[in-house]
Each structure stands twice: as C-alpha cells, then as structure tokens.
Design a binder for this molecule. Structure first.
Ligand code: AVJ
Length: 322
C-alpha cells in the first residue's frame, strides 16, 4: 500500500524535485518567503547586480512614451487600467502611475501571492492610484482583472524584473500566450528582460563577494527546515553559479560539500547527497533584443516598442495584443 498523498504543495514539490533521477531540483518560486524577499531586496542594492536599477531607469525614462502609446485618449472614467504580475515593493511602477495620472485617474491591480508585498505596495502607491490588491497566482489574478473590466477600457499588464527569465524557453512562450488569452486586441504587456552581457559580469551579479546571493539561495534550505521539519545543515552546502552559453542562462545551484543524508519529515523523505552533488535552484535566462520580438509573435503579440538601458543591458518591451 502506498503512503497517502501529501496535502502540502511545498512538501509535494520538494519531494518531487529531490527524488527525480539525475539532477536534483527545487522550484525557485519558494525562494521568496519573508526572509528570501528581504534578501532579494538587498541583492537589488548590490553594485554587481545592476538588473533592478536598469529596469527602474528605463521605466523612469520612458514612462511617458509608454502611456502615450497605450492610452487611447484623455478621459474620465479612466480607460486605461494597469495590472502587475508580482508587484514587489512597487518602486518601478510608481513612475508609470505618475505618468498615467497626468492624463486620467490611475487604477492599479497588483497581483502577488505575498500579503506582505501587497500591503507594502498598497501603502506606497495608494496615494497615486486606486489600488485593488489581488492575492493570487499571476494568471488567476489576471483572469479576475479581465472579468472585472468594462467595455472601452484598455488593459496594460506589467511583468517586470526579468521574472520571465525564470521560465524554460518554451514555457516562457506558453506563459506569454496564457497572458494573451486574458487580453483583448489592443491591450498591452510591458515585459522587462535582462539582456545577454559578458559572462564575468553575469557571474559577479549572481555570486557577489559579500555573499548576499549565497544567503538568498541557502535560505531555501533554511525554509525547508522551518516549514517542513527538515534537518539540512546549511554549512554543508555551498552556493554555486554557472553560465550556460548554449541555454543563455545563469544556473544557480546548492552543492553538497560532503556525502550526507537529510531528513525532510513533512515530505516523508530521506535524501542522500553524494559529495559535490548539487540541487539546481534557479535558472535566469538572458535575452537578445530580437528574441523578444520572436517570443511576442509566437504568443499572439506584436512588438510595438523596445527601450534598452545604456548602462546595464536590459530591455523594456511593449507587446501589443494582436
Ligand atoms: C527576480 C528572477 C529576476 O533572475 O535575476 C537574483 C532572481 N536570483 N539573484 C534574477 C535572482 C539571484 C532574479 N529575478
């Protein structure tokens, strides 16, 4: 007789990732509990990690152009509504809502799984816009926004920070297509993507000398200890980063320093690690500007504009639903 199915998603995914044949994996979405989110925020201030600042700079510089190309006319009630997949602290979105407010009342639906992130975001942006926080998975939230809209409105979806880079190439197109299915022709998606750059620069961005990224990565094991009654010895694992030219991505791993056995009680699991065996925890794909255009077309959009930062190669692409 087999054991009853696990009723805990986290336990189930941890079990699946650590019992697969070959490369062990853990899903990167679990990096962001409260500790992980705070560590990620610290990463965004590191001199080696230019991604978030580039994202914010391009948005700041082109928010006006963006709103001009998406909004149809000055009118009240507002005809442009904005939704954001993964709102974070809302710092980047501020510039967009400020530009929008010059023409119409701003309506903003941040969609996030984290109640903490949503609260912060509502506090930050509440004075600028009517904020409707949606605690939901990206596509569930977006579907609900789509149901609430009224005829004549245009929906602008924001998916910033190169989070799309966490998806496998095919899954990224599937995800964009799923977004497209929530939209109507003329609606738009602003997609932030980190671009290919010299390997040394990428390795430094994901393996900073202060060890903040290492702590961010190791916290995944600490979280498993906290939430799934496990006994990972964090000091026996190390953060490793490699860049695959072929797959055009950074690959983040946790490497076991020794042969060891770890118990994860809530997942009803005992895992064996060989010396130097790794758990693959995150993939961060990097893009060439023309690849965004190809992905857009393959998912029912057309690329309407693209802005690139001139300090740190990062692109903001405006995809319009075809
Ligand atoms: C939040 C997914 C965009 O891929 O650069 C930062 C996450 N991981 N340092 C990225 C991350 C390690 C980040 N994203």
């Amino acid at each position: 007789m087999s054991a009853p199915a696990l009723d805990n998603d986290f336990a189930r995914e941890v079990r699946a990732g650590l019992t697969r044949a070959g490369q062990k994996t853990l899903p990167c979405s679990y990096l962001y509990d409260d500790v992980g989110s705070a560590l990620f925020e610290a990463i965004t201030y590191l001199p080696e990690y230019g991604l978030t600042r580039a994202d914010a700079r391009v948005i700041q510089a082109h928010a006006g152009d963006l709103i001009d190309s998406v909004a149809r006319s000055d009118s009240l009630p507002p005809n442009l509504i904005t939704a954001e997949l993964g709102s974070g602290s809302g710092a980047k979105t501020r510039a967009i809502l400020e530009s929008l407010r010059e023409r119409q009342a701003a309506v903003y639906y941040p969609i996030d799984l984290s109640a903490t992130a949503l609260e912060k975001c509502a506090q930050e942006l509440g004075p600028l816009a009517t904020v409707f926080p949606m605690r939901a998975a990206y596509l569930d939230g977006l579907r609900e926004v789509a149901e609430r809209r009224v005829p004549g409105q245009t929906l602008l979806v924001l998916f910033l920070g190169s989070t799309i880079g966490n998806f496998e190439a095919d899954r990224a197109v599937d995800f964009l297509y799923a977004i497209r299915q929530c939209l109507e022709a003329g609606d738009a998606l602003l997609l932030g993507t980190d671009l290919v750059k010299p390997v040394e620069q990428l390795l430094a961005a994901y393996d900073d000398p202060t060890g903040v990224t290492a702590a961010f990565n190791l916290n995944l094991l600490a979280r498993i200890n906290r939430e799934l009654d496990a006994d990972f010895d964090l000091r026996q694992f190390e953060h490793v980063v490699q860049y695959s030219q072929e797959a055009q991505r950074i690959e983040m791993h946790l490497r076991s320093r020794i042969r060891q056995i770890v118990r994860i009680r809530t997942a009803r699991l005992v895992v064996d690690f060989a010396p130097h065996e790794t758990i693959w925890t995150e993939a961060c794909h990097k893009f060439r500007p023309e690849q965004i255009c190809v992905m857009a077309r393959a998912s029912g959009f057309r690329l309407s504009a693209q802005w690139v930062d001139d300090e740190w190669p990062f692109a903001e692409s405006l995809l319009v639903a075809a």
